[in-house]
Write a protein that binds this ligand. Structure first.
Ligand code: NAI
Ligand code: PYR
Length: 319
């Protein structure tokens, strides 16, 4: 039998908490044929590559090495998880100046290799750095994808599942907007199985209250602060979310995920990256699925966009 399929290659730039957890998720889920690790700290990537390679016999055949920017040339996906993370009390937007500078160098180095694939961005503030990557790279918008509110949506579904005692896979709801303090829960579209959440409460959980749901959202929004206070960083859940995104791209799954993508008039907004439900496939973002929002949700989304646009200004100072 002749196997002539090109191996799929993922390059991870920034192998700190998030990047190394992502690499670990990827080999555990048999998602890519090749994985290249790049970091300012070359010794660490060498150590990570050795350690991960020693796990391959327990998992799937993946070729892993500590690489160089030249390795991005043949990559299907470059995932950027490099840069500063939040210290206790810091917001994601506080990281903009430091990380925009780092991104200018990284994105230029990737593009100099001849890279022509898809960027996945996780570094914060993720919406602004996704926009910056789109600008710096010159790639079409569908091939620059931010992790957006995939993690917030996962937290929302997990916490609602926990509250209602229902399998998280039957909780259908999402968080939109900035991956940060101005994000919003889309209650008008939140369902438990086939029932709208408010109808489900009336029928099956009369002791549930709107105040409880409001508290759940606050815990979702502030989850990163709660985790960072306790352990200094968050990384496992986002790593699994990035692996999910990688899989939907490499396997052309056409999944609807709340990624950060460029708006061009959708929701009455344009020229910014922000978290919205979109179909993701082998071509990247196929289409934004413009969901019906009620008046309050529309107002909240516009507020989130306004805060992001204001915070985006320093990105252009490093251009
Ligand atoms: N989008 C999301 O949902 C999430 C985003 N994050 C963000 O991910 C980012 C990374 O967080 P951690 O992994 O905890 O940080 P970390 O400090 O553990 O790792 C960052 C890595 O980037 C490397 N790095 C810095 N500058 C570089 C450059 N110019 N080239 C190559 N490598 C470089 C560092 O050497 C380090 O290994 C942060 O911005 C954090 O806020 C974290 C969790 C969730
Ligand atoms: C750090 C971060 O962005 C998060 O855990 O949501």
């Amino acid at each position: 039998m002749t196997v002539n399929k090109q191996p799929s290659r993922v390059v991870v730039i920034g192998t700190g908490n998030v990047g190394s957890s992502y690499a670990f998720s990827l080999i555990n889920q048999n998602i890519a044929d090749e994985m290249v690790l790049i970091d300012l700290n070359k010794e660490k990537t060498e150590g990570d590559a050795m350690d991960l390679n020693h796990g391959v016999p327990f998992g799937a055949p993946t070729k892993i090495w500590a690489g160089e920017y030249a390795d991005c040339k043949d990559a299907d996906i470059v995932v950027i998880t490099a840069g500063a993370n939040q210290q206790p009390g810091e917001t994601r937007l506080d990281l903009i100046e430091k990380n925009a500078k780092i991104f200018k160098v990284i994105v230029n180095s990737v593009m100099d290799s001849g890279f022509d694939g898809i960027f996945l961005i996780a570094t914060n503030p993720v919406d602004i750095l996704s926009y910056a990557t789109w600008k710096f790279s010159g790639l079409p918008m569908e091939r620059v994808i931010g992790s957006g509110t995939i993690l917030d949506t996962a937290r929302f579904r997990f916490m609602l599942g926990d509250y209602f005692g229902i399998d998280v896979r039957n909780i259908h709801g999402f968080i939109m907007g900035e991956h940060g303090d101005t994000e919003l829960p889309v209650w008008s579209q939140t369902r438990i199985g086939s029932e709208h959440v408010s109808r489900y409460m009336e029928k099956y959980k009369p002791d549930a209250t709107k105040e409880d749901l409001d508290k759940i959202f606050v815990n979702v929004r502030d989850a990163a602060y709660h985790i960072i206070e306790r352990k200094g960083a968050t990384h496992y859940a986002i790593a699994m979310g990035l692996a999910r995104l990688t899989r939907t791209i490499l396997r052309n799954e056409h999944s609807i995920l709340t990624v950060s993508t460029l708006l061009n008039g959708e929701y009455g907004l344009d020229d910014l990256y922000i978290g919205v439900p979109a179909i993701v496939s082998r071509n990247g973002v196929e289409r934004i699925v413009e969901t019906d929002l009620n008046e309050k949700e529309t107002r909240q989304l516009h507020h989130s966009a306004q805060v992001l646009k204001e915070a985006m200004k320093p990105v252009f100072e490093v251009e």
